[in-house]
Ligand binder design. Structure first.
Ligand SMILES: Nc1ncnc2c1ncn2[C@@H]1O[C@H](COP(=O)(O)OP(=O)(O)O)[C@@H](O)[C@H]1O
Ligand SMILES: [Mg+2]
Length: 214
């Protein structure tokens, strides 16, 4: 179980997180809404281990992860701006997390191609990422986030660049995968309909605190 306890973080003397508490059970998705600049992305980075909280604990199954580096947490973060590696082709972007875990490159590429096929990108496996459209890059980022079977999935506005049909398909696919794989997921979104479609519980981040929406 992912368990965030009393997280605090300031930016420029402004409190972004002022005592954030949140538990996400295995297989559960919670949605996080809030105005632009309210600290949603900062919270996800803290959970992923890319930034440290000033106070409080990111815990998983009772263990404080403060000393555990991002690549050893078993968490995946899909960034708002995708953050794909421009010097790697599509399949190597997707395979990256497996290679980092020590999976042999040929095997990692094979699994990356399977994942790409599922996302409708099989024919782009060897393309440069910067030649793809925004929606295609977003699907590459989603495939990269899922390939390591993370125990925690952090999604920062993951479906925003997709057209409606694809967005609805991927939403459903993600919701099912999260449940089947028993991942704990936090979905940051602006879109209340998306939050309702994917999450049984939602919170708004306001002035550093989480307020229950549903
Ligand atoms: N590393 C950083 N560089 C610049 N600004 C930052 C940084 N970290 C946080 N901030 C500021 O903190 C606030 C919250 O940012 P963010 O977490 O991205 O909000 P949200 O994702 O809710 O839009 C913003 O005002 C942003 O400018
Ligand atoms: Mg953000």
């Amino acid at each position: 179980m992912l368990d965030l306890r009393d997280l605090h973080k300031h930016w420029d003397h402004r409190p972004l997180l002022a005592g954030v508490n949140l538990r996400v059970a295995p297989g559960e998705t919670v949605a996080l809404l809030g105005a632009s600049g309210s600290g949603k992305s900062t919270l996800l980075k803290i959970v992923a281990g890319l930034e440290a909280p000033e106070r409080g604990c990111v815990c998983f199954d009772g263990q404080d992860l403060a000393a555990v580096p991002p690549h050893r947490r078993g968490f995946a973060l899909m960034f708002q701006d995708f953050a794909l590696f421009p010097h790697l082709n599509v399949q190597d972007n997707v395979a990256f997390g497996l290679v980092e875990q020590g999976v042999p490159r040929a095997q990692a590429r094979e699994r990356a191609r399977e994942m790409l096929a599922r996302f409708g990108l099989a024919e782009h496996a060897r393309s440069r990422v910067w030649l793809l459209s925004g929606g295609e890059q977003q699907r590459v980022a989603l495939a990269r986030a899922l390939i390591t079977n993370p125990r925690v999935l952090l999604l920062d506005e993951p479906f925003s660049a997709l057209d409606t049909t694809l967005r609805e398909r991927l939403r459903a696919e993600f919701a099912q995968r999260i449940r089947d794989a028993g991942m704990s997921a936090i979905l940051v979104t602006h879109d209340e309909a998306e939050a309702r479609a994917m999450a049984a519980h939602a919170w708004a981040l306001r002035e550093g605190q989480l307020q229950p929406l549903w």
